[in-house]
Design a protein around this ligand. Sequence first.
Ligand code: HAM
Length: 462
Amino acid sequence: MANKSKFQAIRGTRDLLPPETGLWNRVEETAHGVFGTFGFGEIRPPIFEPTELFARAVGGDTDIVSKEMYSFFDRPSTEEQTARPFEMPPESLTASGEFLDRKQKETFQQYRKGESTTLRPEATASVCRAYIEHNMQQLPQPVKLYYMGPMFRRERPQKGRYRQFYQIGAEVLGGSDAPAIDAEVIEMVMTFFDRVGLSGAELDINSIGHNAPDCRPAYVQKLKAALEQVKDKLGADSLRRIETNPLRVLDSKLEHEQPIIATLPHIADHLCADCAAHYEAVKRHLELRGVFFKENWRLVRGLDYYMRTTFEITAKGLGSQNAVCGGGRYDGLVELLGGPPTKGIGFAIGEDRLILSLQENGKGAAPPGRDVYIAWMGERAYATAVRAAKDLRNAGFSVELPPTELKFGKALERADKLGSRYALILGDNEVSEGSWTLKTLADGTQQKFTEPELLDFLEGSK
Ligand code: HAM
């Protein structure tokens, strides 16, 4: 026998299956609903973008860009190459057609390979790109957008961490940087979590200041100096980060580094006056909205575009990967990507983790049973069963119509296995008498109905 290979989903990816997808849909519908009430509209950006977009937005030294992106060269087709021929100055070639200049040769090779393209590891960069591309600064500001869909990061898979995972996110772009906007965005996520039934979600907030010499850079210098003092007690990752991004040392989860980190200077004590006032106002506006929060001076986030407000929400039942939402302010990102100076703030919820937490807390989806299983026997009964199925489905009931005839006993067994609520029994007798039998599977009781009575009864039992 030929050796058939067995395909499996790639490590870190998975199939989402019923009945769980029912829960995914409920979560997504709730997001559409709640975000709509806050005046947000949906954006669906593409799943791949130029690598350069993420490199510039998220930052070259971040884990995401340096280690985790799925990038490939999107090779131009022959027609595209003909339509946009590579300009080769004749003087860059030798008489025998070789490149004289190494740089020219590299550029040519790069052109043949195509543009570096990346499966999006996050969507804030895409939303900012779209804001610029569609001149959204001309719309009434701020522009409020939300998205949901798959993201891709080549991380080590574990519970709550996947290589293809799903985010539900929102961004507010343009207008002012009023602290009320930060507070309202956070209020929106918390409202959504509440509506979806997530219990025990905890909100941490912080301000990481901004990039002026008297604010974050001054703090980073102090932090760096303090870290130099305790260098010999730090692990390899933190040592490297002293040079690349000292703030990220605060993110360390290593047990033995915790007492050392506890002694480091706090950024809140080093914010410039404007950032300090902004942070105070954000807290006041959260209180005004009845949103509970905890200040966490170590919350720096792993993406480079943040300034001022950062926040993270953790949920129960997730083990070490317990962040279900992360976000913050990123004034300046649109400009960094070539657009006009623009304020920005947003968040992304890890949908996989949210679903896990709901399931762990007993909020999983119940397998959706059929409303009605039609047990039919006989030619004439089948024609009536087909019509009944159509009418019932049009009225919004889920109906199972077996494609081939089954003995009533067998049919009722199937109906039970599928978790059906009712079995509609249609034999040739029932059809000729115009009196249909409906069996309630939970208690085995039976009732007789005419066709219109049946529909009324089912409507009444919805
Ligand atoms: P992030 O913190 O990188 O932020 O991701 C947000 C959330 O996505 C995390 O809190 C987590 O729940 C989920 N997540 C991240 N990586 C994985 C993974 N490998 N598997 C499962 N879930 C994961 C951002 O992506 C920013 N774009 C958020 C943002 C929007 N900031 C401003 N606007």
